[in-house]
Design a protein around this ligand. Structure first.
Ligand SMILES: *Cc1c(COP(=O)(O)O)cnc(C)c1O
Length: 360
């Protein structure tokens, strides 16, 4: 068996540190808002090379609260890619706004900035580029659109361009266990250079309250657990190394798969801009290839089988098949191969051999 991700191997590296941290939390009993949360927030803001981080309950809440903090609400529209995890669109809808979808760049599958600008109208309250698969989306044009940019950085922890790791007004991330920086349960965060946006999110996430029992605004309960903060602090210390190993593994896949007929490799990004949360190739007859790899004991995935507009939960947007052709074509061809920091060269050779066999 070649697993798609290997959370056990990652845990083995931090086991002692995590147990020691858990013991400290159990002894101190500060299960919510304990000192490890504030420490992690400081460390993660520094990692993102920005001023503020607010730890939250999960990545979807992080997106929703970031959107609310920049003023998204009922009556407004938010521009986002049609090809993303459903949570990006869910967060927009939960904030009360209408998701306005755009077709991605057919090569990179990242948000097409020109398409995004064309979708901006009088009611647009935010643009949400998604750093899909771990690769930074083009940002320059979006940052000059005159609308707040809220990054969906759930898959791109550590990706950088020109020395920067965050670009918009605020970025939301997820620490779901399988993400590059994964907790042992649900967790998420926002990062921002703006003290006002950080304060707004913190307020919203804590019952609209900065002072106990003084509630300034209608809020939510979405705080980062102290135990999760312990895990995240231990793993954050390894994240640069782990991302570098993903980059090495991606370069190796590119070599091993270069001459496999039918395989379209992910386009090569500028150095540092991709942290390879997922290694996504495109193949003809994808479902048959996926089944063949699974039969060979290789864990694979499809990220994601349905674009947002063809997802039943978003039927009400009124779209039909054909509305976002690049997203639809990609959904039929994409295949995510095993990718994680502990992937061995031997396993990559086996994956390449199985692919060659499936496509010959
Ligand atoms: C994981 C993910 C989310 C949601 O994060 P959760 O922590 O699962 O709520 C949002 N957007 C993208 C692109 C993701 O990959």
């Amino acid at each position: 068996m070649i697993p798609f991700v290997d959370l056990a191997a990652a845990h083995a590296e931090v086991d002692a540190e995590v147990r020691e941290g858990f013991d400290r939390v159990l002894a101190g009993t500060a299960f919510v808002q304990g000192p490890d949360v504030a420490e992690f927030e400081r460390e993660y803001a520094a990692f993102c090379r920005t001023a503020h981080c607010v730890g939250l309950g999960n990545g979807t809440d992080a997106l929703e609260l970031a959107l609310r903090a920049v003023g998204v609400g009922p009556g407004s529209e938010v521009v986002l890619p049609a090809n993303t995890f459903v949570a990006t669109a869910e967060a927009v809808a939960r904030a009360g706004a209408r998701p306005v979808l755009v077709d991605p760049d057919p090569g990179t599958l990242l948000m097409d900035p020109l398409a995004a600008l064309q979708a901006v109208g009088a009611s647009t309250a935010a643009i949400v580029p998604v750093h899909l698969f771990g690769r930074l989306a083009p940002m320059d044009l979006l940052l000059h659109a005159g609308v707040p940019v809220v990054e969906d950085a759930a898959q791109s922890q550590g990706a950088e361009r020109d020395g920067r790791r965050t670009f918009g007004a605020i970025a939301a991330t997820s620490f779901y266990p399988g993400k590059n920086l994964g907790a042992y349960g649900d967790a998420g965060a926002v990062v921002t250079a703006s003290p006002d946006l950080a304060r707004s999110v913190r307020l919203l996430a804590n019952h609209g309250s900065e002072r106990k029992y003084h509630h300034e605004t209608l809020g939510f309960n979405s705080r980062l657990d102290t135990l999760q903060a312990v895990v995240l602090r231990a793993k954050l210390r390894r994240l640069e190394t782990w991302n570098a190993r993903r980059q090495t593994a991606a370069a190796r896949y590119a070599e091993l798969l270069a001459d496999v007929p039918g395989v379209v490799l992910p386009p090569q990004p500028p150095p540092g801009e991709h942290v390879w949360h997922l290694y996504v190739i495109r193949v003809p007859d994808r479902d048959r290839v996926l089944a063949a790899l699974n039969d060979a004991g290789i864990g694979c995935g499809i990220h994601y089988p349905d674009p947002v507009h063809l997802t039943p939960a978003f039927r009400h947007l009124g779209h039909a098949r054909g509305d976002f052709p690049a997203a639809e074509k990609a959904a039929a061809e994409i295949l995510s191969l095993p990718m994680h920091p502990h992937l061995t060269e031997a396993h990559q050779h086996q994956v390449a051999a199985a692919l060659r066999e499936a496509l010959h």
